[in-house]
Design a protein around this ligand. Structure first.
Ligand SMILES: Cc1cc2nc3c(=O)[nH]c(=O)nc-3n(C[C@H](O)[C@H](O)[C@H](O)COP(=O)(O)O)c2cc1C
Length: 207
């Protein structure tokens, strides 16, 4: 395992949604994926019960099928008033162009990962979404530390059952939460994003 030379704050502030800089031509070793999942499982979970599950898709046909679903859902988003490209500003235009690219190419990533939670029934699985969300972010941080890129997406949830059918995920007991491509990044230099100041979002002692 070779990790990038990033201190904790650098790792936290440079783990971006990577889309155009995903290297689709380079295979991701299985052991690296296992390491990222091991790191993800260090995240907290309710009652310390591991309900998190990771559907790791390397099969080309299945990736293509998931990519097709994502493209279709993305087309609906693109036509909607919420589309980032319709919002003012260079930053939103940049995000829209990047998201458009992933809309076309999700299935081209060498690996797709779907973070899920499992429960005795679907309602219980969904109630445990709080377990998979921090775990997936840890997965993405661990990936970044290993030179891999990810992009948090949830749009596919509009067609969750179709994705479940493609992968044989038991829809009645497993809730999907996040779909991300996983690939080596083209270069490893990523910058902190422009974000609001802490004081614009902190409510000290009283709202
Ligand atoms: C809950 C959530 C849902 C998201 N859904 C999508 C998505 O469906 N497609 C996509 O391309 N990016 C998606 N993103 C990524 C955001 O667009 C991205 O995090 C944001 O533009 C900021 O970019 P950065 O992560 O590089 O700072 C999502 C992010 C979050 C947290």
């Amino acid at each position: 395992m070779t990790l990038l030379d990033l201190n904790p704050d650098q790792l936290l502030s440079t783990t971006r949604a990577v889309r155009k800089r995903l290297d689709f031509g380079r295979e991701v070793p299985q052991d690296l994926i296992r390491e990222c999942v091991a790191m993800a499982l260090q995240a907290p979970s309710g009652s310390n019960v591991v309900t998190m599950r990771f559907a790791v898709v390397r099969d080309a046909e299945k990736r293509r099928a998931i990519g097709d679903v994502y493209r279709e859902v993305y087309a609906g988003y693109r036509a909607s008033p919420h589309y980032a490209g319709r919002q003012a500003g260079d930053e939103q235009a940049r995000v829209a162009s990047s998201a458009d690219y992933l809309g076309e190419h999700m299935g081209d990533a060498p690996v797709l990962v779907i973070g899920c939670t499992e429960g005795p029934d679907r309602a219980s699985a969904k109630a445990m979404l709080g377990n998979i969300l921090p775990a997936m972010w840890s997965f993405m941080l661990a990936a970044r530390a290993r030179g891999l890129g990810t992009s948090w997406t949830s749009m596919h949830l509009a067609r969750e059952r179709d994705i479940a059918d493609i992968l044989g995920i038991p829809y009645d007991t497993v809730a999907q939460a996040v779909l991300t491509p996983l690939a080596y990044t083209k270069g490893t230099d990523f910058r902190p994003a422009k974000r609001p100041s802490p004081d614009s979002v902190i409510h000290w002692d009283t709202w």
